[in-house]
Each structure stands twice: as structure tokens, then as C-alpha cells.
Design a protein around this ligand. Structure first.
Ligand SMILES: Cc1cc2nc3c(=O)[nH]c(=O)nc-3n(C[C@H](O)[C@H](O)[C@H](O)COP(=O)(O)O)c2cc1C
Length: 146
């Protein structure tokens, strides 16, 4: 069975909620999905062997959280070229983090990216739950089509 790794960086939990919903959407398509906090991933070995990588961070002071920056430096040492990639995150008004993560995955890691990042103000308002699950489905379909 294909496997996706979803890693989140959060302060107050919204981005973790989105991560769980994206994972649900991926599982709907028959792909296994593991959700982990960026603070728990410190070793290269923990990141190896997945078909897709989905990274998310909340935006604070116009930036992604430090744990996600550290994670991206760690994954830059791996060869993820051509693997399916996607990014997401909760935000309040400007929401830079999902875009910055997406750009790094595309330009540095050379991953096969989903159409664009998922930016949500909340997983529970304005159809956020559905959007996060749909984003997961899109990721799952891309994995299956490879
Ligand atoms: C001190 C502080 C700074 C923030 N800075 C930004 C920001 O620059 N841009 C933005 O879009 N949201 C900003 N936010 C809003 C958070 O991104 C938003 O509350 C988000 O839902 C938090 O996600 P989390 O629960 O995953 O930590 C800020 C929130 C706080 C408390």
C-alpha cells in the first residue's frame, strides 16, 4: 500500500486539525497516511520511504514556524525528487507559511507538487473541513496515478 507522511507545525492546534483532515482524505483513496508533529521528527530515517510528503505550518509574524524550517533543512538532505508533495497551514490574514513551504518543496526538493498549497483560516469554518479532506483526496489520486 502506498504511504503518505503528513508533518505539521502548530502553536494552538488549528494546523494539526487540518493535518488530520488531509490524512482522512488521503485514506479515503486507499493510501496509508501518517500524521506527525515536526517537533517529533529529528532523524533522517524517520522521513524515508514514503510515496508522498505533505508539510504544513501555521503562519506567525509572516513566517512558517521554526520547527518547519528545521524540518525543511532536514529533508533537503534526502532525495525526494519526483515524489508527490503538498503543503498546508492555518492562518489569520496573510498566510505566508503554506506558500513558502510549497516553494521550497518545488524549487529545492524538486517534488511533483499538487496544484497549489491549502491555506485555511480554520478547519471548522467556511467549509474548511471539506476543503482539507478534498485536498487529501487530490493527493491520494495523484499518488495512485503514478
Ligand atoms: C502573535 C501572533 C502572530 C500572528 N501572525 C500572523 C501572521 O503574520 N499572518 C497570519 O496570516 N496569521 C498570523 N497569526 C494568526 C495565526 O496564523 C492563526 O491564529 C492560526 O490559526 C494559528 O494556527 P495554529 O493553531 O496551527 O497555531 C498570528 C497569530 C498570533 C497569535
Amino acid at each position: 500500500m502506498a504511504k503518505a507522511l503528513i508533518v505539521f507545525a502548530t502553536r494552538s492546534g488549528q494546523t494539526e486539525n487540518i493535518a488530520d483532515l488531509v490524512a482522512e482524505g488521503i485514506r479515503f483513496t486507499g493510501t496509508d497516511a501518517k500524521v506527525v508533529s515536526a517537533t517529533q521528527l529529528t532523524k533522517q530515517e524517520d522521513l524515508e520511504g514514503y510515496d508522498a510528503y505533505v508539510f504544513g505550518s501555521a503562519t506567525y509574524h509572516g513566517e512558517m514556524m521554526q520547527a518547519m524550517k528545521t524540518l525543511l533543512f532536514l529533508v533537503a538532505k534526502l532525495d525526494l525528487e519526483g515524489k508527490v508533495g503538498a503543503s498546508f497551514g492555518a492562518f489569520g490574514w496573510s498566510g505566508e507559511a503554506p506558500d513558502r513551504i510549497y516553494d521550497t518543496m518545488q524549487n529545492i526538493l524538486k517534488m511533483d507538487m499538487i496544484g497549489g498549497p491549502l491555506r485555511l483560516k480554520s478547519a471548522t469554518i467556511q467549509g474548511g473541513m471539506q476543503m482539507a479532506q478534498d485536498y487529501g483526496r487530490e493527493i491520494g489520486k495523484k499518488i495512485s496515478s503514478k
